[in-house]
Design a protein around this ligand. Structure first.
Ligand SMILES: *[C@@H]1O[C@H](CO)[C@@H](O)[C@H](O)[C@H]1NC(C)=O
Length: 288
């Protein structure tokens, strides 16, 4: 009998732990409006799952975009995204960080981008780019090893003082190091987390036109929690604190497993790298 009791108790404990884990992970799912607001194309934004999923759509009249209410100066920014499941050539679905400083008073632009360049047939192409101090032109393009229009996948950016790492489903696909010591600019300004769907023709479609007969094109977004350091009106140096987990020294560079995964992705999925094309214009290309 005692034995049975023990087993029963164990069973309850297990159930309790399991439920706690489920609740904990549910609690992480915040409503869109907690951290984000619609920035443009109001009529092309739809809320699903009680605000835990957002659909952006584009037709001939407009695309749409949303952005975080606050600005951040370091963090690990993630979103779950499902891109349009049609022949969406020319339609760009984007998830990016962009600086919000006042460019009209001379502030320079910083930006960290994920951009899906529609699908002109497979493989799907994911472009990444980094702008620092107004200087961009750092495109890389990868083919994806899955169909991003069927399921949600996680796209993430780690940004600390040492590196920017782009992740797809937890796999590092790109690393941009802070090489400011040798004169390469590194994003340093407070940024807003943003996502949008927009008309990228002709550059995103190799000159082809969007097939509007298929409109609307819709992209879906989930995961509105933000793990970032808000700048508010504080000095951004508070965002370099080692107490923020993404600043911990284990995130200053890839660990050996991540490095291996990264090299694997480069070998199998890298379609284009600005360093192989215009490397002489970018000092970081001579370092790596
Ligand atoms: C880049 O690295 C330098 C040290 O080499 C550091 O002083 C600076 O804060 C870093 N920049 C950013 C934006 O984190």
């Amino acid at each position: 009998m005692a034995h049975l009791h023990k087993q029963q108790n164990l069973c309850y404990v297990t159930l309790f732990v399991a439920l706690t884990i489920i609740y904990a992970s549910k609690a992480v799912e915040v409503n869109f409006h907690q951290n984000y607001k619609v920035v443009w194309g109001n009529h092309h934004v739809f809320f699903l799952q009680n605000g835990r999923e957002v659909q952006l759509s584009i037709d001939k009249t407009s695309g749409a975009g949303f952005g975080s209410k606050l600005n951040y100066a370091s963090g690990f920014f993630q979103m779950r995204i499902k891109i349009p499941n049609k022949d969406s050539r020319g339609v760009v679905t984007a998830f990016y960080l962009t600086s919000t400083a006042y460019e009209h008073i001379g502030a320079k632009h910083d930006e960290i981008d994920f951009e899906f360049l529609g699908n002109n047939g497979k493989p799907y192409t994911l472009q990444t780019n980094v702008f620092a101090n107004d200087e961009g032109g750092r495109e890389q393009r990868h083919s994806l090893w899955f169909d991003p229009s069927i399921d949600f996948h996680i796209y993430g950016v780690l940004w600390n003082q040492h590196q920017i790492v782009f992740y797809v489903d937890g796999i590092p696909i790109r690393v941009f190091k802070n090489n400011s010591k040798v004169g390469v600019s590194f994003p340093s300004q407070q940024m807003r987390v943003t996502a949008s769907i927009w008309n990228g023709e002709p550059w995103a479609s190799n000159g082809k036109r969007i097939d509007w007969k298929q409109a609307p094109f819709t992209a879906h977004f989930q995961g509105f929690n933000i793990h970032g350091c808000q700048t508010l009106n504080r000095n951004k140096h508070v965002c370099y604190s080692p107490h923020l987990w993404w600043n911990d020294h284990k995130h200053w560079q890839l660990n050996p497993q991540q490095q291996k995964a990264y090299e694997d992705v480069r070998k199998k999925h890298l379609l284009y790298d600005y360093c192989s094309d215009r490397g002489e214009l970018h000092k970081e290309c001579q370092i790596n």
